[in-house]
Design a binder for this molecule. Structure first.
Ligand code: PLP
Length: 389
């Protein structure tokens, strides 16, 4: 763990910037070549080898942000996740997944792993004992997501890391929801950190990318799998992502603040049944979140009263966009049942506590008052159009 002595915003802005030697510009030059010299060079560069100048530069920034030795940039979050999983698993191995996974990762687990002779178990809950209960002699990996999607449950990262290291098991986390601004799992003993950089790192709902961050030793292994699967990111998008990450600290801080204020507002709203946000003292994972996170994040979820039609409510929103994905500067809402968790069976959704009335709310950077006003007017219009039974 190489903890950077610099402040997070300084890291976001400066680490890994490529020097513009020719014109002395402030921004990294963009190198688009897919063909580089192979003679008289230290490194043979090629985009699918994840080592073009822009790819390498951004990797340094990502590693510095996650307090790891090394990192790699991928073409999507799922490219990073699937490559990392297939690096450390082989036929005969077993993996433990935390319950309530990101829908795409869940889909990867249940549709792909069996083909390769890899078995898996899902935990029954989020306690360290729930992980311990499903570990087998051939378990090679424990995979966690905290805060989780969509219910924002909190998993004890120190506890899971300790359990795993005692048994020689590797640990992986999808750190997308927290972002490295709010949580740096390497400091808590987690081995491999994964991101959908499509979310907080990109932050403007216009980039699809992924990250793997870990020790150099583990990254060398990921690299050998990655060049086979070929999930690299084009240099132009790498360059855009570097630009986006410069403001990640500022954006995420504003999103954290908005989420805390909004969670408090929704909790006191009589048209709302439940609010799930780790920043609320009433959240069962609040103390744990405080002990392992530096901010509670910009995501929350809530359930409207059953008498309010969720689809109608979405139609009446004027500012907040009912749209897929999350973590952009603009606030968005989704119904997990219809989007991220649509591939999951209704029984599995029910088991995980994902109700049809659940709304996942990704806070942007707008003024909180404007968001509150939008929700209020949408609820009021929805109620006035709903005929009482
Ligand atoms: C979006 C997301 C992913 C997948 O990332 P893509 O960039 O869409 O491939 C993985 N995990 C979490 C938590 C996500 O939100």
């Amino acid at each position: 763990m190489t903890k950077s002595p610099k402040g997070t915003n300084t890291v976001c802005t400066h680490v890994g910037t490529l020097e513009d030697k020719e014109y002395k510009g402030a921004a990294s030059p963009l190198y688009m070549s897919s063909s580089y010299a192979f003679e008289d060079v230290d490194v043979k560069r090629y985009p699918r080898y994840f080592n073009t100048p822009n790819q390498e530069a951004l990797s340094k920034k990502m590693a510095a942000l996650e307090h790891t030795e090394a990192a790699m940039i991928f073409g999507s979050g799922m490219a990073a996740i699937s490559t990392a999983l297939m690096t450390f698993l082989q036929a005969g191995d077993h993996i433990v997944f935390q319950q309530t996974l990101y829908g795409g990762t869940y889909n990867f687990a249940v549709t792909q792993l069996e083909k390769y002779g890899i078995s898996y178990s899902f935990t029954d809950g989020w306690e360290v004992s729930d992980f311990e209960a499903v570990v087998k002699p051939n378990t090679k990996l424990i995979y966690v997501e905290t805060p989780s999607n969509p219910l924002l449950t909190i998993t004890d990262l120190r506890g899971v890391a300790e359990l795993a290291s005692k048994q020689g098991i590797l640990t992986m986390i999808d750190n997308t929801f927290a972002s490295p601004i709010n949580q740096t799992p390497a400091d808590l003993g987690i081995d491999v950190i994964l991101h959908s950089a499509t979310k907080y790192m990109g932050g403007h709902s216009d980039i699809c990318a992924g990250v793997v961050a870990c020790s150099q030793e583990n990254l060398d292994k990921v690299f050998h799998t990655a060049i086979c699967f070929g999930g690299s990111l084009s240099d132009y998008t790498v360059w855009l992502l570097e630009r986006s990450v410069k403001t990640m600290g500022l954006r995420v801080k504003a999103q954290n603040d908005n989420a805390m204020k909004m969670a408090t507002y929704l909790k006191n709203n009589q048209d709302v049944e439940n609010v799930y946000y780790p920043g609320l003292e009433s959240h069962p994972g609040h103390d744990l979140a405080k002990s392992q996170m530096t901010g509670f994040g910009g995501m929350l979820s809530f359930e409207l009263s059953p008498d309010i039609d969720v689809s109608l409510f979405f139609k009446h929103l004027e500012l907040i966009k009912p749209s897929m994905s999350l973590a952009g500067v603009e606030s968005t809402m989704i119904s997990p049942t219809k989007t991220s968790h649509a591939l999951m069976s209704p029984e599995d959704r029910q088991k995980q506590g994902i109700k049809d009335s659940l709304i996942r709310f990704s806070l942007g950077i707008e003024e909180t008052e404007d968001l509150v006003h939008d929700i209020e007017q949408a609820i009021s219009k929805t109620k006035s159009m709903t005929v009482p039974a």
